[in-house]
Structures are given as structure tokens and as C-alpha cells.
Design a binder for this molecule. Structure first.
Ligand code: GLN
Length: 496
């Protein structure tokens, strides 16, 4: 008999409806699990146990009535600590709910804690959180991936039923792959970004991390849709995603891009993905070779555009409005000033407070990105870097547009390798950046993609990525579900 914390949301919802269980029992089961394993996993940054239990006692209504959802630390929840895993936001509690949070509450979900992440979502390993390093439940010496590593590890370790994450260059799909769960990044504009602390505004999307494909469909249904508060959200109807699960897929055509099966791709990952392609063929799908010729530029383009946008977005954290403020040093006395011991223009000045707050509040990777982003936007370099990258981005988007004339979906590995050891890449940013080589193009093109478990390489989970046409999440879910139903990878659990 399985414990409640081990079940999927859709199973729990059925049991809740029949009144076989209560939502308080779900929350308690999660807390019991946390007591056993959270010391090792460190997936959560903040949990208000009393508030959660009180909330779980209330009668709920809606699509997610009574079921717990864990939330990445960069999505605003009114009155609850939201720090983006950064020191600069220590003590910050937003006065309002993100639209996705409002939607979850409206459908009766219980918000279950804030999950760890790389500071400001800059990273692929969760190691650059200012507070703690999350471990991969499959091997505690390895990273869970990032930046939504806390959400992914918590779901994989049964410390969460399902979770929200955000994905700017792979931050949902890559940790989902490394932790052996399902991660869905919707089309840019499908889910409101209102209340998501912005990283790269032209790339960010909120999405789902779950134990299976049905839960991804369920959660997407609740968070998707037009929002007048987000001018980039598209006013188009939200399909009933669940109704696509179980439909035949033999009329679908799947493209396999040759640029994704390159040197540096782990052998085990390659073999698992090739086996997955065979499963699809057995299901009657036609697979064709395609080409996405500008793939090799994606990582460079991304690190110019994403850092440029980040440097601008992060300029608001200056100690005035949010979180940390470095206490302003005393203004120099006239005697000190005239003796030249302190500069009266800067000492104790507003500028100095900005500088000291940012110096103290931001971690190493955040500073690296602000410097890089400011540089590529600066006069004299703007055309050479930013503008050029923006043009190449368009070529990458066109690659997909062309490819999707020949197929409905595209299959690739999610990550070139399984989870690596904690500490292995943290001092080599380039190595870290290259780990997102297969997820970044999707964000640059704004299209949707999912990562689902497709087996193991040396005992570590491998993720299969399925990419779709803009606003065609239902096709991705349909194919992912068909695959899931013919395999058992999603049922494997780490032993803790
Ligand atoms: N790992 C990528 C980065 O560091 C993507 C992060 C994300 O999607 N938020 O930028």
C-alpha cells in the first residue's frame, strides 16, 4: 500500500472526491516524509507548517481541491517569504499573489512551501542558491539539476505531490530529467508571468514538475490562460489537456534533429533516447530525420540575451524597495572631509548604499551575469553582441518553423549527461552553461517542450525531450502520455 505523499495528484483527487482521505492527511503525510528525508535532500527553503495545516483543514472546491502544490522560490505568494534563493531578498514577503498562485488558490490547491533554486534562477545545478545545496534523490552526492532543482528533488523524493517551476533556458526540463520526473515548459505566452520574479523576460515561462504526464496536464490547465496583467500572455482558449491523454498517436510525425546527437552526448543517454524512438515507432509513429542548422549558436546567443535582460531586471534590487539593505554608514564630518579622509560625495551616500547592498546581497554567479549583461548592452558593444544575438535568435526560431512543416513533434535528449557530482562544474561556468545545450533553443524559439523519464544510465535517470509547435501543448502531452503508458520508467523511485 502506497503512502499518500507517494501518489500523484490525480489519484489523490479521486480519493478526496470519494471522501476516502482528507487534504489534512495529505499534508501530514508530506510532513512525515520531510521529517525522514529533508535533512538529506534540502529541497525546501521555507515551510510554514502551521499555515499549511490550517489551510488544509478548510473545505476547498475546484480542480485541485485539497491537493498540495509546492512552489519555486521565485513566484510571489502574498505574505509568504519569496527570496529567489538570494540574500538580497532576505525577509521579502510580496504584498500580492502571482497570477499562477491566484489560479491555484481559486481551484482549491494547498500551497506547500517554497522550493530551493539557483539564485535568481541562474544556474543548472541548484548549487548557487545562497542558502543551501539540494541533493539529487537518486544519488545524494550529485546535483538535482537547476534552476528548479528544489522542486524536482522534492517531487522525486515524494516530499511534494507536484510543483511549479520556471524555465528560462531549461530550468524545469533539465532538473526533471536529472531527477527522473516529468517537467513541462509551456509556450511563451501560455502562462502568465505576472508575479514571477523576472530573469529573462523574453524567455521566462512558469511550468510544471510532476510524477507523471497526467499531473502535468492537470496543473497546466489550472495555470494556463490569458492575463491582462501580463502583456505577453496570449488571449487564446486553453484546451482541456487531459482529454488528449489516451488518444492514438499513429498519425503523428516525429522529427529527430541530427544536430542533437553530437560528440559530448553521454553514451547511456544516447542509447536510452534511441530506444525511446523505437518505442514511438512501435506505436505507429513515423520518425523522420530533420535539421536545425543554427543549434550550435544557441548557447552563445542565450548567454548574451538572457544576461542582458537579467542585468536590466535585477537593477531594481538596490536596497531601497526590497529585502536587504546594507545599513548606511555615517556621513563624514566636515573635519574628516576636509582632511580628505572620507569622500563626502560618496561616503554614506545613496550610491554607496546601493553598491554595498548589491555587493553583499548578490552571489558570484549573479554578479557575473550582471557584468556580462551590462557589457553586451553598453554603447559600442550593443550592435556587436546584443543586436547580433537577437538576429541569430530569429534564425533559430526559423529553424523550428521550417522543421515543423515536416513533423508535428521533435524528439531529443533533454540533457547531454545524467546528474553530475556536486562541485564538479561549479567553478567552470562554461562547462555549466553547456549542460543546457538541448534545452536553450526551445526558449529562444518560444515553443513548448516536456521532459519525461526514459530510463537510466549508470543508475541515474535520463530524460527524453519532446518539443511541439507553439500553443500545441496538447500534442506534446498526448505523445508523452502514450510513451509513458508503454513504459514503466516513471514508476521507478529512488531509495533513500
Ligand atoms: N541553466 C540556465 C541558466 O543558467 C537556465 C536557467 C533557467 O532556465 N532559469 O541560465
Amino acid at each position: 500500500m502506497k503512502l499518500l505523499n507517494q501518489l500523484t495528484a490525480h489519484r489523490l483527487l479521486k480519493m478526496l472526491k470519494k471522501e476516502e482521505i482528507t487534504s489534512l492527511e495529505i499534508a501530514r503525510a508530506l510532513f512525515e516524509r520531510l521529517e525522514k528525508v529533508e535533512d538529506k535532500i534540502k529541497g525546501y527553503l521555507f515551510l510554514d507548517k502551521e499555515r499549511i495545516l490550517d489551510n488544509a483543514k478548510e473545505k476547498k472546491q475546484g480542480l485541485l481541491a485539497g491537493v498540495a502544490v509546492s512552489i519555486k522560490d521565485n513566484i510571489c505568494v502574498a505574505g509568504e517569504l519569496t527570496r529567489c534563493a538570494s540574500k538580497i531578498l532576505s525577509g521579502f514577503t510580496p504584498p500580492y499573489d502571482a497570477t499562477t498562485i491566484k489560479n491555484l488558490k481559486a481551484e482549491g490547491a494547498i500551497l506547500f512551501g517554497r522550493t530551493n533554486m539557483d539564485e535568481f534562477a541562474f544556474g543548472s545545478s541548484c548549487e548557487s542558491s545562497a542558502y543551501q545545496i539540494t541533493a539529487n534523490p537518486w544519488d545524494l552526492e550529485r546535483v538535482p539539476g537547476g534552476s528548479s532543482g528544489g522542486s524536482a528533488a522534492a517531487v522525486a523524493a515524494d516530499e511534494a505531490i507536484f510543483a511549479l517551476g520556471s524555465d528560462t533556458g531549461g530550468s524545469i526540463r533539465q532538473p526533471a530529467a536529472l531527477c527522473g520526473i516529468v517537467g513541462l515548459k509551456p509556450t511563451y505566452g501560455r502562462v502568465s508571468r505576472y508575479g514571477l520574479l523576472a530573469f529573462g523576460s523574453s524567455l521566462d515561462q512558469i511550468g510544471t514538475l510532476s510524477k507523471d504526464v497526467r499531473d502535468a496536464a492537470l496543473l497546466l490547465k489550472v495555470i494556463a490562460g490569458f492575463d491582462s496583467q501580463d502583456s505577453t500572455s496570449l488571449d487564446t482558449s486553453v484546451p482541456d489537456y487531459e482529454s488528449y491523454l489516451g488518444k492514438e498517436i499513429k498519425d503523428l510525425k516525429i522529427g529527430i534533429p541530427r544536430e542533437y546527437f553530437i560528440e559530448g552526448l553521454d553514451r547511456g543517454v544516447k542509447e536510452r533516447v534511441e530506444e525511446a524512438i523505437k518505442v514511438f515507432q512501435r506505436l505507429g509513429v513515423e520518425c523522420v530525420q530533420i535539421s536545425l542548422p543554427h543549434t550550435e549558436y544557441a548557447v552563445s546567443v542565450y548567454y548574451i540575451l538572457a544576461t542582458a535582460e537579467a542585468s536590466s531586471n535585477l537593477s531594481r534590487f538596490d536596497g531601497v524597495q526590497y529585502g536587504l539593505r546594507n545599513p548606511q554608514p555615517a556621513t563624514p564630518t566636515c573635519a574628516e572631509a576636509s582632511a580628505g579622509r572620507r569622500k563626502p560625495q560618496t561616503k554614506g551616500s545613496l550610491l554607496e548604499m546601493y553598491e554595498q547592498t548589491r555587493e553583499e546581497g548578490f552571489g558570484k554567479e549573479v554578479k557575473r551575469r550582471i557584468i556580462l549583461g551590462t557589457y553586451v548592452l553598453s554603447r559600442g558593444y550593443y550592435d556587436q553582441y546584443y543586436l547580433k544575438a537577437a538576429k541569430v535568435r530569429e534564425l533559430i526560431r526559423e529553424d523550428f518553423e521550417q522543421a515543423f512543416k515536416r513533423c508535428d513533434l521533435i524528439l531529443t535528449p533533454t540533457s547531454p549527461t545524467p546528474a553530475w557530482k556536486i562541485g564538479e562544474k561549479i567553478d567552470d561556468p562554461l562547462k555549466m552553461y553547456l549542460s543546457d545545450i538541448f534545452t536553450i533553443p526551445v526558449n529562444l524559439a518560444g515553443i513548448p517542450a516536456i521532459s519525461i523519464p526514459c530510463g537510466f544510465a549508470k543508475g541515474l535517470p535520463v530524460g527524453l525531450q519532446i518539443l511541439g509547435k507553439p500553443f500545441k501543448e496538447e500534442k506534446i502531452l498526448q505523445a508523452a502520455y502514450a510513451y509513458e503508458q508503454s513504459t514503466e520508467w516513471h514508476l521507478q523511485k529512488p531509495v533513500l
